[in-house]
Design a protein around this ligand. Sequence first.
Ligand SMILES: Nc1ncnc2c1ncn2[C@@H]1O[C@H](C[S@+](CC[C@H]([NH3+])C(=O)[O-])CC(=O)[O-])[C@@H](O)[C@H]1O
Ligand SMILES: O=C(O)C(=O)Cc1ccccc1
Length: 244
Amino acid sequence: MIKRDSLFAEPLTQVSDFVFDEKVVEVFPDMINRSVPGYQSILHGIGQLAARFAQPHSNLYDLGCSLGAATLAMRQNVAHIDDVKLIGIDNSPAMVERCKLHLQGYRSAVPADIRCEDIRDTRIEEASVVVMNFTLQFVPPAQRDALLAAIFAGLRPGGVLLLSEKFKSPDPAMDEVLIDLHHQFKRANGYSELEISQKRAAIENVMQPDTLSTHQQRLQRLGFHQPQVWFQCYNFAAMLAVKP
Ligand SMILES: Nc1ncnc2c1ncn2[C@@H]1O[C@H](C[S@+](CC[C@H]([NH3+])C(=O)[O-])CC(=O)[O-])[C@@H](O)[C@H]1O
Ligand SMILES: O=C(O)C(=O)Cc1ccccc1
């Protein structure tokens, strides 16, 4: 049963910083589908790309796995590859608990280890696929380089990073255009003006988007080959970057 997200529907005297607690977990599938343009298309693409880049005897990571949507997308597409292991990480205890239950509902021969930990502490090793589907944006900007460097080090040659992010435009007027289009998308999905503005205030301090060129330059600087945007809708994009 999918529960409808109405977390920001009533006027709040003070909007607190967004956290991934039990209340968010309850409505998360509805929230992310109605808030992130192209979310289902991106999950589909993650499945395709995992099938293409997963190597035998390797680990596939889903960093910031929430309820395991990307883990499941990979799992359904790599069952034919010998000895792959899925590792999902999230630092929200409520998410991890629900994620484990959710995955139990889908039978598969591919082992999946879901762990509650901070992705900044995760040891990435023998990886052929590392997914960060809208997670890096919650890591403080000053720590993004170190995290991506650790991912690069843990990837095998030929392995891929699948990085999806909300991004900002370097030009304020263009940024406003993209944000307006995104808000129209949310309105079309049934969110009110009040919900949109209160949610915006709640994520303002928690989620700091980079520009697409910041992402691409960082990935290149760390050694990834030719980072490529493979999906974009408004201010949301999915990139792939291969370790040479
Ligand atoms: N430092 C951290 N360490 C671990 N987890 C973290 C950290 N910071 C944030 N998270 C976790 O990253 C997830 C981000 S949601 C990802 C959607 C999912 N990938 C999906 O494909 O459905 C995206 C969104 O809600 O916009 C949350 O579950 C946080 O608890
Ligand atoms: O809702 C938004 O405006 C977003 O940018 C996406 C989002 C989705 C789920 C949690 C936090 C942010």
